[in-house]
Design a binder for this molecule. Sequence first.
Ligand SMILES: [Zn+2]
Length: 433
Amino acid sequence: MATLFRDIYILDGEREAAQKGNILVSKGRIQSVSEGDSESADKIVEGGGHMAVLPGFVNAHTHAAMTLLRGLGEEAPLMEWLQNKIWPVEEKLTPEHIYWGTLSAILEMLSTGTTCFADMYFEMDGVANAALLSGIRCALCRGITNGPDLPDGTRKIDASLADSLRLFEKWHGREGLLTVQLGPHAPYTVPLDDMKKIVRTAKERGIGLHFHFLETEWELGYIRDELKMTPERYLQDTGILDVAGAVFAHGVWMDPEWANELDFSRSTIVHNPRSNMKLGSGTLPLDCWLDKSIGLALGTDGASSNNRLDMWSEMTSAALVHKGKTRNPTSAPAIDILRMATFEGARAFGFANKGLIREGWMADLILVDLDAPHYIGANEENLVGYIVYAGSSADIRGTMVNGKWLYRDGSYLTLDRDEIIKNARIAREEITA
Ligand SMILES: [Zn+2]
């Protein structure tokens, strides 16, 4: 079945300006992008000049099932928040909790325009099943951390790495919707030798790597004082930069000057501005990184440190915070932020031909209603500014993955919203009891 978007604005992160025209979608792909009169189709979305189609957002770093932990330990420093509020509750999470918590996150993400999310958590079979049920794309990895040995004497990290490889074999590439990475949590939760081993495995097996790096200034001190090395040395010694598809979540305290000596061309930093602001972690120097050869994507982080899973809000926050911090209104241009929120995230996690509106690319799209007072005056030249600064996810009328509507006019077409909310509520009660 073909869907024609007629007389709409077309905008993505690599266009100088929006274009007025039509998009024909069939067999999961964008078949044509045209101007003027268009061919017909089974289904027509009539834009009337007051709708826009954009690529769906890619939430490039989150912990989806942390929807169940939202609101716990508000306004506490990161390590205190993790150790006292989050980790003890996470110990109670069952596979079923994670399944419903993830589905609850997917409800939020679909209604706010996300068509792909990168998830690091545990019990990831439930995450994979939730993603496949909904039809959303997902890059998943099991978070690997140090901990007490298992009852049979196996080291926890070894068991987690083995489980990650099992997940890769089972889910990677499934239905074209899933990719799987290795997920060593962070330098302070994975001993150096284990990090080296995980990186080696990633390189040998051709698997991507997703981990937290330099989220806080404390972590900078940890690497210097506990590991007795500079962060640049850490990157070199572990070999992380040689992994094809290394994703650094946060990178707040990474220094763009390192890119003069080190090759970051295979790596991506995922900027999480709202989480970093809320936890008081700082702000990464985005402008300096935009000049370097490195991928830059955007993510929400978990719902318990944001507290939204709304990529549109993340775009607005990113575009504003850097202008304020640098006292420069030309910082963090809206078009760069839109590209980070879409194409760059897809590329970072190995999703090809996704995140731009081009013929032959996958039809992962959102439909935005411009028939609202805050869009008066929007045109081809200025639409990106209206989207990033004036609009919000409340303007989204539809979210499509592989040419199939998953969310349309407030309804979910693949998921039972009420059932998910009921079960997520039960899960929340069980883990906080
Ligand atoms: Zn995180």
